[in-house]
Write a protein that binds this ligand. Structure first.
Ligand code: ADP
Ligand code: MG
Length: 234
């Protein structure tokens, strides 16, 4: 699914620069569910953003579904993002003045899909996350867990090959976190979706099938684990 070799990333800081990723190697196969762990500031988001083509590495190789990702212009990157990737963020990133249905349909609009089909697809995924009854509600009328479900429905709507989640439970209480993780686990086991989750919480990482630990810009540890099955409504 993805293959990364000798990946480097620095940020310029005044006259100097901050070397955040110092030669990362990572391969992920289709159907994996991987946690990327590390303390705050260890470069997890930087890494995920590069995988998500939201940012570019300075050096190294990145192959996503057999496509080498390098020197893509904004337009090409956007096409690959739409085609391959679904994003889930800690802060949900929903559009406040659009209802749940519109939020889920929006990426389909950018793909040129017709209105009727957009609506049907959005409804299908809202139903999947258990929120069809909330389709016409604004994000401000939803709980944190419901907002994240809308964001998951939005991520799924374009049928991505890879789901990238940056601290998806970071703004949720532990019961709601379990619900969200249970849902992501089902997507992984029942539908074979490949999922990468950035988290600094051990409990969340343990609900994945593999843990990759970042420290000081390199992968300190990379191990397959016995997945803890999340208990919804725990
Ligand atoms: P994490 O997600 O693990 O908390 P980040 O990838 O967000 O870490 O950040 C890694 C380091 O890079 C931090 O020290 C952060 O301050 C720095 N950093 C992140 N983004 C930028 C940026 N756009 N410009 C400069 N420094 C940045
Ligand atoms: Mg981060």
């Amino acid at each position: 699914m993805l293959k990364i070799q000798k990946l480097h990333k620095s940020y310029p800081i005044g006259e100097t620069s901050l070397h955040v990723l110092k030669g990362i190697d990572l391969s992920v196969e289709k159907g994996e569910m991987v946690a990327i762990m590390g303390s705050s500031g260890s470069g997890k988001s930087t890494f995920l953003n590069i995988i998500g083509m939201l940012d570019e590495a300075d050096d190294g190789e990145y192959i996503l579904d057999e496509v080498p990702i390098k020197n893509l212009n904004e337009k090409k990157a956007a096409i690959y993002r739409n085609k391959f990737l679904g994003f889930i963020f800690q802060s949900f990133n929903l559009i406040n003045y659009k209802n749940a249905l519109e939020n889920v349909s929006l990426p389909l609009y950018y793909q040129g899909i017709k209105r009727k089909e957009r609506q049907n697809t959005a409804k299908f995924y809202l139903e999947k996350v258990g929120l069809l009854d909330w389709a016409l509600h604004l994000p401000s009328e939803l709980s944190g867990g419901q907002k994240q479900r809308v964001a998951i429905a939005r991520a799924l709507a374009s049928n991505p090959k890879l789901i990238l989640a940056d601290e998806p439970t970071g703004a949720l209480d532990s019961n709601t976190s379990c619900d969200i993780m249970a849902f992501l686990q089902r997507l992984n086991t029942e539908e074979g979706k490949t999922i990468l989750i950035v988290t600094h919480e051990k409990d969340i990482a343990n609900m994945c099938k593999r843990i990759v630990r970042l420290k000081d810009g390199v992968i300190l540890e990379d191990k397959f684990i016995n997945q803890v099955i999340a208990n919804p409504n725990a």
